[in-house]
Design a protein around this ligand. Structure first.
Ligand SMILES: [Zn+2]
Length: 310
């Protein structure tokens, strides 16, 4: 369920309610990805139960890969997963990001469908492992999934292609009107929107205007966006949800809104609950990696609180 809290356009706050969990946007969803990550299993087992956010994003392709193909390395044991998901919202992505990098033709929408049945996520993102589909083709492909999962929040991805922006926007407008009510959130990919932040924010402004012009209540989610400066620019232009993997790849300095190399952690001035209790001078890997990730996640919570209060 998605409900508007205010009518202000640039700071439109939405309340997402599921069980007893309420998410007020803007919100950063920590996402996990196992692609090309040797430490994925140990990372997910340590971090999943400890993340402070009440919503997480995992890829159905990772579930498929670690449970079906590598039977000897079961990662997502049912007990483990259900314990984690009991008090969190689960955002499930089909795995388009992973498939783009490693290409696996055996993985199809039928597997995605089965994994949705097993995990029962709160949010399902449109299947996008078949490349180069138009938005209309993608919606048509996902319609059976949407109908079957009528009680879940559906996120339709719109892959912006390079080229004529007017044509792209016109296709989007037609689909938003023709398929109104079919999905709840529009998903855009940060790096597909342009090479500069100005281009990316400008495109989202056009899309936001288009949604408002047609009086549609559709929040926008930017996928693959962990950068603090980009998030703040997007937010002030009306974007609601963000996710990314930057929280375990980088070290964020939330006061100066920049990313640093992890080896600079002992020079970072931070008084978050993690930094206050860790001796950064004497910590060893992989504990350092885990603690930096938790510092980042705690930082995202207060960063988003300060955005909401601006
Ligand atoms: Zn800290």
């Amino acid at each position: 369920m998605i409900r508007n809290l205010t009518e202000e356009s640039h700071t439109a706050k939405k309340l997402i309610i599921k069980r007893d969990i309420k998410l007020i946007t803007p919100f950063f969803i920590p996402s996990f990805s196992g692609v090309n990550d040797r430490n994925f299993i140990s990372k997910i087992k340590y971090l999943l139960p400890n993340i402070p956010q009440r919503c997480i994003l995992i890829s159905a392709y990772d579930y498929y890969k670690f449970n079906i193909i590598r039977k000897g390395r079961r990662l997502f044991e049912d007990d483990f997963m259900f314990k984690i998901f009991k008090d969190r919202l689960l955002f499930l992505d089909s795995g388009g990001f992973e498939i783009k990098i490693i290409s696996d033709k055996k993985y199809t929408i039928n597997y995605y469908d089965k994994i949705i049945d097993i995990l029962q996520p709160d949010f399902i993102v449109s299947y996008d492992c078949e490349l180069n589909l138009s938005l209309k083709e993608s919606i048509k492909l996902n319609l059976p999934l949407y109908k079957k999962n009528y009680d879940k929040i559906k996120v339709q991805l719109f892959h912006f292609k390079e080229g004529d922006i007017k044509k792209e926007l016109s296709e989007l407008e037609t689909c938003l009107l023709d398929y109104s009510g079919t999905f709840d959130i529009l998903g855009l990919i940060d790096n597909e929107l342009g090479s500069s932040l100005i281009q990316r924010v400008s495109k989202t402004k056009h899309i936001k205007k288009l949604i408002e012009k047609n009086d549609l209540n559709i929040p926008i989610h930017i996928f693959g966006c962990s950068d603090l400066f980009s998030i703040s620019q997007y937010y002030f232009n009306g974007i609601d949800l963000f996710d990314g993997t930057g929280w375990f790849e980088k070290l964020y300095d939330f006061k100066l809104m920049r990313s640093l190399s992890k080896c600079n952690i002992s020079n970072l001035e931070c008084d978050c609950t993690i930094c206050k209790n860790v001796d950064w001078e004497n910590i060893t890997n992989p504990e350092l990696e885990n603690m930096v990730s938790l510092h980042n996640l705690v930082g995202y919570l207060s960063f988003f609180d300060s955005l909401k209060n601006e």
